[in-house]
Design a protein around this ligand. Structure first.
Ligand SMILES: Cc1cc2nc3c(=O)[nH]c(=O)nc-3n(C[C@H](O)[C@H](O)[C@H](O)COP(=O)(O)OP(=O)(O)OC[C@H]3O[C@@H](n4cnc5c(N)ncnc54)[C@H](O)[C@@H]3O)c2cc1C
Length: 221
């Protein structure tokens, strides 16, 4: 149903960023195209008994593909490419090389893959159930909103977004925690925004659009 331009636009309008773009008079350049490859995949050439192949050194998406919502893919690809360039003189066809490369990748890249998996699960759950009002969800949401006002917290956020420091370290910094706690204490009634439609509204938009309120498709053909 989302490939119908009218349905797609109505759905896009239900999310504040999409609505803001459409308010500016954005005009589509094509029909509705689906984006593929939004999964998370870790492709190890090593199992519990060691390397299953030698002489084949995967980098980029061949090693780990991550849903691009956090925009990590190119950084992870370049990180692995640098490692291969630095070590390629060390008998790259050997079992030892394959094992060492795998151990490096698990240590260095896998935490970022895991971060994406956890982030996706949280988003999916929030969208499906509207959960997210508990204390920890409130603290996580506060961190992002506080960062928009507090440069110290934004720096921690930037370190995570740019793969400099893992979230469990950057956000555990006592100074960052204290600032977020102060931000929350000043807003006792704070509840994370429920951004976008709830499940019922989504199903109505997608499966039972009201032709009277749906945007016309005539301008797009
Ligand atoms: C919609 C979307 C948005 C993204 N946004 C971001 C972002 O904002 N930031 C970010 O860091 N990452 C982003 N990524 C991820 C990023 O694009 C990938 O992680 C990155 O391109 C991986 O590089 P790669 O060289 O491993 O693979 P690719 O860039 O996919 O390159 C593989 C190449 O091999 C070619 N090929 C395939 N099979 C053959 C064959 N048999 N013979 C010859 N050539 C072949 C393909 O045509 C392709 O050109 C996004 C990905 C998607 C899908």
């Amino acid at each position: 149903a989302l490939r119908d331009p009218a349905v797609f636009e109505a759905a896009a309008r239900a999310f504040p960023p999409g609505a803001a773009w459409l308010e500016l008079g954005a005009a589509p350049l094509s029909g509705v195209l689906a984006a593929g490859g939004l999964d998370n995949r870790w492709s190890a050439l090593v199992d519990e008994r060691g390397p299953v192949a030698t002489g084949l050194v995967p980098v980029g998406d061949a090693l780990t593909h991550t849903n691009p919502t956090l925009g990590q893919g190119i950084s992870l690809a370049l990180w692995a490419a640098c490692r291969v360039a630095r070590t390629a003189h060390q008998d790259p066809g050997s079992v030892r090389f394959a094992a060492a490369y795998h151990a490096w990748a698990v240590r260095t890249l896998k935490p970022w893959f895991d971060f994406q998996v956890v982030a996706d699960a949280a988003i999916g759950e929030r969208f499906a159930t509207r959960a997210g009002r508990g204390d920890s969800a409130r603290a996580v949401a506060a961190l992002f909103e506080c960062a928009l006002e507090d440069p110290e917290v934004m720096r921690a956020r930037a370190r995570v977004r740019h793969l400099v420091e893992p979230p469990e370290r950057a956000y555990a910094d006592p100074r960052v925690r204290a600032r977020v706690e102060r931000w929350l204490a000043a807003r006792p009634g704070y509840a994370p925004h429920a951004v976008g439609p709830d499940r019922e509204e989504w199903e109505r938009l997608v499966y039972d659009p009201d032709p009277a309120t749906s945007p016309s498709t005539s301008a797009r053909s």
